[in-house]
Design a binder for this molecule. Structure first.
Ligand SMILES: Cc1cc2nc3c(=O)[nH]c(=O)nc-3n(C[C@H](O)[C@H](O)[C@H](O)COP(=O)(O)OP(=O)(O)OC[C@H]3O[C@@H](n4cnc5c(N)ncnc54)[C@H](O)[C@@H]3O)c2cc1C
Length: 479
């Protein structure tokens, strides 16, 4: 399959999850592949995202569980005060990052992928340039290029980082210290996960949200119950409808809050630390995208459902893009799926991604997850496509396993088409929600209907019966 007219069949720029999957898959298909990385192999997920944050959540989750003596007493278990070492928890996350990064690098090398360290860019059609840390600039020819340069934390104007007292998730994952009082700017999934970590480890949290309500990106029914358990019952104070317009690092950190409507300064806070979790921006600068006629949209590289880079619906030949830099469902497994699909299409297939079947999870204690449409979008589509929207709700308090675990606060909301039974989406709050959502994601991916799904037998007693109950309820409503 290798084309001798080029240095490589495929050059991937960026060795995050998206780039890794694309490179490994391409090498597996017999292509001559190079991957270029300017930072740490593994990108955000491995070094500053999923991996270290989940390690911190795992450790702090155990602290929370053991410290919750009232909960444990209901089982007849009595514990003494919990003692934890922050540095050991940080070490656990750090070691995991090193292990995963090492394994990923070895896997690429073993697959025959050439790793080139340096900053990559396009150099016109079928050419890629790389400047290494010594300033040496090399140009390679390649049949195809995959852009997988990922994203970085967005820091709103007025906020000054010192990466010690005012920092982003890039630093928070290192858990270098525990502020007595920390303000978290943003109540998306990253803000919520860190609020979970910090409160479990004894910090007081103030969560600041610019939109009208805390957790604005989650389903409203899920938010209601999640807010009660993840925010109100913890040492978290919330301020919504306000912008943190000025944050000055130091001891203390000074925060100025401005009303989102009146634009007047309404509050001033002095805290020990600030985590800025206000979203992420694409890494699309200095890639020389103009050289092949790529125009970004709000910084994102536009692609079609086959991962081909497009400009006003016109396909840019031989250039593909995957992962966060494309702005589609910015998650590690999306990036990986896009990477695989891009390579399959480079190899002559005709595969399209179905974003509606890609699940998302927030790994708080308990977890939140979702897949497919939001209820608001489903309502709109139902009107447009003239079908009746069905909503089935199933509760953890009716589930034997959840009751046995004394974790019965939870809900699953299933959205489906009442005319043909097709599953449109689901939103879950409750124990192991991140695992439970997969079954529904698979059903969406396979275009299954609830009549068929309701006949599938689930193990008793397991949390998966929450899904079964929802399917059965939904099936009884199909016309
Ligand atoms: C705190 C946190 C927690 C998260 N938790 C989860 C989670 O639990 N589950 C989940 O699915 N997702 C999670 N994410 C999101 C996930 O990390 C990203 O969606 C994922 O890493 C995107 O992968 P990517 O390959 O597109 O980009 P990235 O992982 O950002 O990788 C891009 C790589 O490209 C490199 N690069 C950039 N420009 C160049 C260039 N010009 N030349 C060479 N190299 C370049 C960068 O150095 C980087 O290594 C989390 C993110 C954060 C911040």
């Amino acid at each position: 399959m290798t084309d001798p007219n080029f240095d490589f069949d495929l050059i991937v720029i960026g060795a995050g999850y998206g780039g890794f999957d694309a490179a490994k898959h391409a090498a597996g298909k017999g292509l001559k592949v190079a991957i270029i990385e300017s930072g740490d192999m593994g990108g955000t997920c491995v070094n500053k995202g999923c991996v270290p944050s989940k390690a911190l959540l795992a450790a702090s989750g155990k602290v929370r569980e053991i410290a919750n003596y009232e909960h444990l007493a209901k089982f007849g278990i009595h514990t003494s005060p919990v003692r934890f070492e922050r540095s050991k928890i940080a070490e656990h996350a750090n070691n995991l990052v090193s292990n995963v990064r090492e394994n990923l690098t070895k896997t690429l090398k073993r697959s025959g992928v050439e790793i080139i360290l340096g900053f990559g860019r396009l150099e016109g059609n079928q050419k890629v340039g790389v400047i290494d840390k010594n300033g040496i600039d090399r140009i390679f020819t390649c049949k195809n290029t995959v852009l997988a340069t990922g994203s970085s934390p967005f820091v709103p104007p007025g906020i000054t980082l010192d990466n010690r007292t005012v920092f982003t998730s890039d630093e928070a994952v290192k858990l270098e210290w525990l502020p007595r009082w920390i303000a978290i700017i943003g109540s998306g999934y990253i803000g919520l996960e860190f609020a979970d970590v910090y409160t479990a480890l004894g910090c007081e949290v103030t969560m600041i949200e610019a939109l009208e309500n805390i957790m604005p990106t989650f389903d409203p029914d899920i938010t209601k119950i999640a807010k009660k358990n993840l925010i109100q019952s913890r040492d978290i104070d919330t301020k919504s409808n306000v912008f943190a317009t000025k944050i000055t690092p130091g001891c203390p950190v000074k925060i100025e809050l401005t009303d989102a409507r009146t634009k007047e300064i309404v509050d001033k806070l002095e805290v020990d630390g600030v985590l800025v979790a206000t979203g992420r921006i694409p890494n699309s600068k200095n890639l020389n995208l103009d050289s092949v006629g790529i125009e970004t949209v709000k910084g994102y590289i536009p692609i079609d459902d086959q991962m081909r880079v497009i400009n006003d619906e016109k396909i840019i030949p031989n250039v593909w893009a995957v992962g966060d830099v494309t702005g589609k469902l910015m998650l590690a497994h999306t990036a990986a799926a896009q990477g695989t699909i891009a390579v399959d299409n480079i190899c002559g297939q005709n595969i399209e991604i179905n974003y509606r079947s890609i699940p998302a999870a927030t790994f708080t204690h308990p977890e939140i997850s979702s897949v497919g449409l939001s209820e608001a979008d489903a309502k709109e589509i139902a009107i447009k496509e003239s079908f009746t929207l069905g909503v089935a709700k199933s509760y953890f308090k009716a589930n034997s396993k959840a009751l046995a675990e004394l974790e019965s606060d939870g809900i699953l909301k299933l959205l489906f088409n009442k005319d043909n039974g097709k599953v449109l989406g689901a939103h879950i709050y409750g124990m192991h929600a991140a695992d439970l959502i997969q079954e529904i994601a698979n059903a969406i991916s396979r275009n299954q209907d609830v009549i068929q799904l309701a006949t599938e037998v689930h193990t008793h007693p397991t949390l998966s019966e929450v899904v079964e109950v929802a399917y059965k309820q939904a099936a009884s409503q199909v016309k």
